[in-house]
Design a protein around this ligand. Structure first.
Ligand SMILES: O=C(O)COP(=O)(O)O
Length: 230
């Protein structure tokens, strides 16, 4: 894949722009403590992030990623998770290195930007505001904005529509299997960040399918390509 100026850049949030795992782990562990269950490590929680809050909590209750039936305590635990995550949303969450610089450069190039996350909307904008990045984005599509979430392509298509561009002309920047599958189904090139929460799927075994770049590297690459244009 060659870098060429897209119509817009869409970003995943958790694991791509923001390292939110420490606060997600706190909220999960407080929810488990409420029902006298032992805490999980941050590494365990990292492997289960990316498919929305409900599946994260269900995986934490089940103690595994691939669950076919939700544990019976899921509804109550999700409700407790919302309370706890609200309380600790941005205690330790931080932007990854290069994110702010990259967003600044992309904005200076006049590129519209959006966020497409599986995070519930109750947390998406508050977290972006707490980290000072909400103003960069013309649209934020959350896990509960539509009836479906990634890996369904609909949230990506919706974000592009809201920005007034074709999804096939956008680039999507993400870290996980859900991101890759959604981008492929939407017809949008994917840029993978070299960090995040890829889970335990062998998602990027085919390395040729996605460029691996940090956000500032992506911005610098696009700026260089733009300067070469006649
Ligand atoms: O699953 C989540 O809550 C986070 O999802 P994201 O990686 O799509 O931002």
């Amino acid at each position: 894949m060659r870098l060429s100026r897209p119509a817009a850049v869409l970003f995943d949030l958790d694991g791509t722009l923001v390292d939110s795992a420490p606060d997600l782990t706190t909220a999960v562990n407080r929810s488990l403590a409420d029902i006298d269950r032992p805490p999980l490590t941050e590494d365990q929680v990292c492997a289960w992030i990316g498919n929305g809050a409900r599946l994260l909590v269900a995986r934490a209750l089940a103690g595994e990623r691939d669950i076919t039936v939700e544990p019976p305590a899921t509804d109550a635990a999700v409700a407790r998770f919302f309370v706890h995550y609200h309380d600790c949303l941005c205690e330790h969450s931080r932007l990854y290195p290069g994110v702010l610089e990259g967003l600044d450069q992309l904005r200076a190039m006049g590129l519209p930007m959006g966020v497409v996350t599986n995070k519930p909307a109750a947390f998406t904008t508050p977290l972006m505001e707490a980290l000072g990045i909400a103003g960069y984005f013309g649209v934020a599509v959350s896990g509960d904005t539509l009836g479906v979430k990634k890996p369904d392509p609909a949230p990506l298509i919706h974000a592009a529509e809201r920005l007034g561009v074709a999804i096939g002309d956008c680039v999507y920047v993400g870290d996980s299997a859900a991101d890759r599958t959604a981008a492929e189904a939407a017809g949008s090139p994917l840029v993978r960040v070299p960090y995040g929460y890829p889970g335990d799927d062998a998602i990027f075994a085919d390395h040729s399918a996605a460029m691996t770049l940090t956000v500032d590297q992506l911005a610098a690459g696009l700026a260089t390509e733009s300067r070469k244009m006649p």
